[in-house]
Write a protein that binds this ligand. Structure first.
Ligand SMILES: Cc1cc2nc3c(=O)[nH]c(=O)nc-3n(C[C@H](O)[C@H](O)[C@H](O)COP(=O)(O)OP(=O)(O)OC[C@H]3O[C@@H](n4cnc5c(N)ncnc54)[C@H](O)[C@@H]3O)c2cc1C
Length: 430
């Protein structure tokens, strides 16, 4: 039996591929619904997928599966909750074709041990499971909150994780809101919270919002021969973008053409160059690579024109809770007063600082080692976790090795590869 820990997009897709390869699977997650995870549990219909439906099929060999299931065109951007429902239906369908092989355990895994060829998984409720192998599909392990002063008291006016169940229900209707961060999470919250009579402030050091999607012509990736460091990569990518602008009048074809070579680009960077990329290029990469749908961009333009959304290009230097709200001191010397401040700075990928007992235990017991720069676990190309135990992983926990590893098209490919690798390592007959 193979334990899949986590039933978000990665866990559900891996479980489906394992069932198809003849394995018995135990899917472990405390969440009530399978396939939703953090990204697809939102019920707000304005929270759209940031990838068109035609690229979100659970099956690599049938790219139209999701669009057909949802009854939409391949180019459409669909509410994220629809995609969560699709993933659950996908697993149900596969499980029905392979009856009696899927077990679901609604609990949290707290520790993993390895002895005499078996993996022992301790569960929060006090029970344990024995498996031949485990796949860690945990998603990102915590939110980034390095801007929050350590003496900030617990308060209803501070939302540390907007995707925690019920988090947005604490936000008072009659007061302004500050979002710290201007990425896709801040965009989602502006969609939900923006309204007449309220100003949503979005603050970040760059003040940059994600760029919008536009239909893009396919383009071949650039030639990477001779690239040995960040300066080479910057030169090659800049030339490729100029070529894209010349040929298509748009930078998007060049950016999109990097997808199949991103892991190779990341891999060829020496560690100091990867750190330099994170310090100097990360935000620009994110706003161009992880874009928002056109309908979302149009709503933001309307909110900004109405004065209901304001972006601020500066850091946060202080946070003061006051009766009924919060005051933020900004790096430009101004202050913002609001009813609530919401942390939208994204996820934390450094496992060395992760308080989660499962992750911390795996590192402490030597079943896993941190990946490059501490980003996730160190993994082999097939997703196996370096450390000797029969453990595999996919998604955010492979960031140190692959860099771009969290969007569903990448996760889908990894799920198929992990299923192949686990079943062949265990000798499961297909
Ligand atoms: C807000 C948001 C929007 C996004 N939108 C898109 C999009 O439109 N398109 C796209 O391609 N990508 C999108 N992404 C990227 C997203 O990361 C992936 O598409 C995908 O959802 C990641 O799935 P996952 O299963 O790896 O992680 P998650 O969805 O985070 O699922 C992890 C699961 O593991 C469970 N878990 C964690 N620890 C344990 C434990 N110890 N024991 C048991 N269970 C555990 C959690 O309960 C959770 O259900 C978005 C991400 C976010 C955060």
């Amino acid at each position: 039996m193979i334990a899949v820990i986590g039933a978000g997009a990665a866990g559900v897709t891996t479980a489906a591929r394992l069932l198809e390869r003849g394995a018995a699977v135990c899917l472990v997650d405390p969440a009530e619904e399978r396939g939703r995870g953090v990204a697809y549990r939102t019920d707000d219909p304005r929270h759209l997928l940031n990838v068109p439906a035609g690229k979100m099929s659970a099956r690599e060999d049938d790219p139209g599966d999701f669009a057909r299931w949802a009854g939409v065109a391949a180019a459409d951007f669909v509410p994220r909750r629809v995609f969560g429902a699709y993933l659950a239906a996908h697993l149900d369908g596969v499980s029905a074709r392979h009856p009696g092989r899927l077990r679901v355990v609604r609990d949290r895994a707290t520790r993993i041990g390895h002895d005499a060829g078996a993996v022992r998984i301790s569960l929060a409720a006090g029970d344990f499971l024995l498996a031949d192998a485990a796949v860690l599909a945990l998603g990102a392990v915590g939110t980034r909150d390095d801007w929050v002063p350590t003496d900030t008291p617990d308060s209803a006016a501070f939302v540390p994780d907007p995707w925690a169940p019920g988090a947005l229900e604490r936000i008072r209707d009659d007061r302004d809101v500050v979002l710290v961060g201007t990425g896709l999470t801040a965009v989602d919250l502006a969609m939900t919270l923006g309204r007449p009579g309220r100003v949503v402030h979005a603050v970040s050091r760059t003040g940059l919002l994600p760029r919008r999607h536009r239909p893009a012509q396919p383009m071949r990736p650039p030639e990477l021969a001779g690239c040995t460091g960040l300066d080479d990569v910057r030169r090659v990518v800049s030339a490729h973008v100029r070529e894209s602008l010349r040929r298509h009048g748009d930078w998007r074809p060049a950016l999109d053409s990097l997808r199949p070579v991103t892991a190779r680009l990341w891999d060829l960077l020496p560690l100091p160059d990867r750190s330099r990329f994170l310090a100097e290029d990360l935000r620009s990469w994110e706003v161009h690579r992880h874009r928002m749908p056109g309908t979302t961009a149009r709503t933001l333009v309307r909110l900004r024109r109405a004065g209901e959304l304001r972006t601020h290009r500066t850091g946060v230097t202080g946070v003061r809770m006051v009766p009924g709200g919060v005051v933020l001191r900004l790096g430009d010397g101004t202050e913002l007063t609001a009813g609530t401040v919401v942390n939208c700075t994204g996820v934390r990928h450094d496992v060395r600082r992760c308080p989660d007992p499962l992750v911390a235990g795996l590192l402490a017991d030597g079943h896993a080692t941190p990946g490059p720069l501490g980003l996730g676990f160190d993994t082999l190309p097939d997703g196996r976790v370096r450390g000797g135990a029969p453990l595999w992983t996919l998604g955010a926990l492979r960031r140190g090795n692959l860099w771009e590893t969290t969007a569903f098209p990448e996760i889908r490919a990894q799920a198929a590869a992990v299923a192949r690798s686990v079943t062949s390592a265990l000798g499961v007959p297909c």
